[in-house]
Design a protein around this ligand. Sequence first.
Ligand code: PLP
Length: 377
Amino acid sequence: MQLFDVYPVNDITIVKGSGSHIWDDRGNRYLDFYGGHAVISVGHTHPHYAERISKQLSQIGFYSNSVRMPLQQELAGKLGALSGKDDYQLFLCNSGAEANENAMKLASFHTGRKRIVAFTNAFHGRTSLAVAATDNPSIVAPVNETEHIVFLPYNDTEAVHEYFAGHGQEVAAVIVEAIQGVGGIVVASDDFLRSVRSLCSAHGAVLIADEVQCGYGRTGAFFAADHAGIQADIYTMAKGMGNGFPVGGILIAPHIRPRHGMLGTTFGGNHLACAAALAVLEIMEQESLLRQAADSGQYLMKSLAAIPGILNVRGRGLMIGFETDKAHQGLRKKLLDEYRIFTGTAKPDVIRLLPALNISPEDSECLISAIGKITGS
Ligand code: PLP
């Protein structure tokens, strides 16, 4: 049987990982500044992570949500404490798209409304509503097209004010990334996020912060929206939450009340997933990873900005984007081919850095030095 060919792939077979390093089947070592799409948060095969999952697997890997799950409660407690959202409620699922799908559905249940406001260049996933709220017509199938989603220009406070003035009472939710990832590492201004927050409050709409890529400690705060001093009504999470184990979830503000059957999932919140997510949070706490992410990010951004030929360095913590001048368009390929360093891209020509939160100063220096050599500075 053939694989359904939807991914353009590098001709590399990864067989082993440790911390921020991965090895191919020929024994070549690579430095991972991409974390497989921002997923590796505490490093590959972290000993505590591997041990907690293995131990859980030898006890029980899965049972459904029809029985009591103390591990889910433990995860909710730890997540509440580390994110400062003790009074929120947790619903667990398996991926970022699913988290957003559930968030938008919940907002619609809660408000009784249908309209969702999303933003230009947004990426929210590939399931039905999530892809409809994604600003990329090439991945929206005809069946996913809906008039319930409206796109407003990202970071345009006035446009949001104007829209709410005319349609505020119809809006079920606004879904926003505090830093757009797939959209090219674009940071929302504090003023924009605060305005969206106050407009949602004034019109009874639900504010959904899509923190699937920018959240979970990556920017040095637990959620990227925290930097603007706002509280969302729902936070969506996945990627770094399980460090590679498929775990997603939503944090739901206390005023949004549940009812039995409102949301549901077969796999979400299973024993193994909870063990993985708990291990990640324990490592984040023990190794002060939020502070490390902030410090490493500052060093990387400052160093990148000082390299001639590197343009528009932006981001926060370890969510960094930049471009190169025309003379250095092949930088990303050279980093991989000549220096064995993985980085990410975003259209049109953005290089994305999304390493593990505990990337070492030596590994950061290694990237900067490689870029310096390639650009001849
Ligand atoms: N939301 C954001 C901001 C993302 O970056 C992504 C994935 O890149 C998703 C949602 C979808 O997550 P998943 O691929 O786990 O469904």
